[in-house]
Design a binder for this molecule. Sequence first.
Ligand code: NDP
Length: 447
Amino acid sequence: MTSKFDLFVIGGGSGGVRAARYASSLGINTGIAEGSLLGGTCVNKGCIPKKLYSFASHYSEELNLMGSFGWKIDKSKFSWNKLVKNKKKELFRLNSIYQNLLENSKVKIFEDYAEFVDQNTLKVGKKYIQSKNILIAVGTKPKELNKFSNVNILSSDEAFDLKKLPKNILIMGGGYIAVEFASIFNGLGVNTSLCVRGKRILSDFDKEISQFIMQQMQEKGVKIIVEDFPQKIQLKGKSYQVFFKNKTRRYEKVMGALGRVPNISKLKIENAKIKLNLKGAIHTDDLFKTSVKNIYAIGDVIDKVQLTPVAISEAMTFVNNLKSTNKKKFNYKNIPTAVFSNPNYAFVGCSENEAKKIYKKIKVYKSQFRSLKFSMSKSKEKVLIKLITNASNDKIVGLHYVGENAAEIIQGFSVAVVNGLTKSQLDKTIGIHPTCAEELVTLKNVI
Ligand code: NDP
């Protein structure tokens, strides 16, 4: 028997679930297929478990700090197994919430993977589905490097569920995932090294900020190897022998965080003749339409901006457009984002390097200081704030914050920045004292 829908969504991650339940709530007859756990990468193998582990890893520093406030902790012991177990329980709770949200919105759920039979027909498990419109929201999976296929390199997917914490680990890559996991492992007491092929971690970000984070991470104990990337890796007994340019090093575990690739291998997209872009992601126009007129795609699989809130917002835009004759394009400008490294980093707008390319003249304001919280301790952690304006109209075009609660702070400020905040408007605001964030409204030194 063939089930018929107006909209069928492939993939039950953040973008897919939002699109399905929003469409159904507007009266569109909607189905969704998910062969794994509802919630996708963000809930099961990404943002949520990462943030939980990031919280866990910060407690080692908090314990040290407590001494400077007069506390004496006689015994502290960390249990990785307990963290993994509690994480699983929490994710199970979130999976059920996703299921309830879909069911309450009357979306028909198919618990299997979908593949294209033709441009209107899908096969999900043993069932056939015909849909007027199809939305692909299958996300991405970790990229693997062929040259290391002889050994078992951990991906972030597996790192969350290690049977036990290793004594030491090498993380290859310097993007979001590598930097976040290096901070997590280091905070949990693992002797952590990270290597990048270039001069610095977070190479796509503001140069000065990434150098600052690199130095702060090193201060906290992460060993960062730059301009040297493993040429060969071999399993030797129970550890890995890693061959760098001039040195061979040994690690108990090696993890790769080298970007993510579209998760499309199960889709049989060749049956629907959907075009891919040069990077192998699904090509769409400005309205998320693929090369086939009734098939759309959103989220990480289209490789525009790989962030959960972007996928959710793309889903809302896509569904609104389905119902409307006045179709709206998605605005990818000024998307705030955070790296949950230790220290945390968040920003909205552009880096100094980007700003110089876009605007004729820019002004850069900076402040670097030690937080009151660390003032009585030996911690060398510092906060760095960097604000960039377009000199011709005083508008803030980039706001960067490295330090505790960076993401919480930037989330608030980004509302104003997205809506055209100027530096003089910022100056009119009185600070809340004593906080670190008050420095944002008292920035004076122009570079
Ligand atoms: P990123 O694209 O952020 O970083 C990839 C890293 O791998 C870079 O350091 C890159 O080096 C390196 N690399 C890539 N190919 C090679 C190669 N062949 N040899 C050596 N090094 C290589 O990818 P991630 O995997 O860290 O994250 C994937 C996506 O997930 C991100 O784009 C992000 O959008 C999302 N994400 C967001 C998070 C958040 O919002 N906090 C958290 C985690 C992930 P180089 O710099 O030299 O190119």
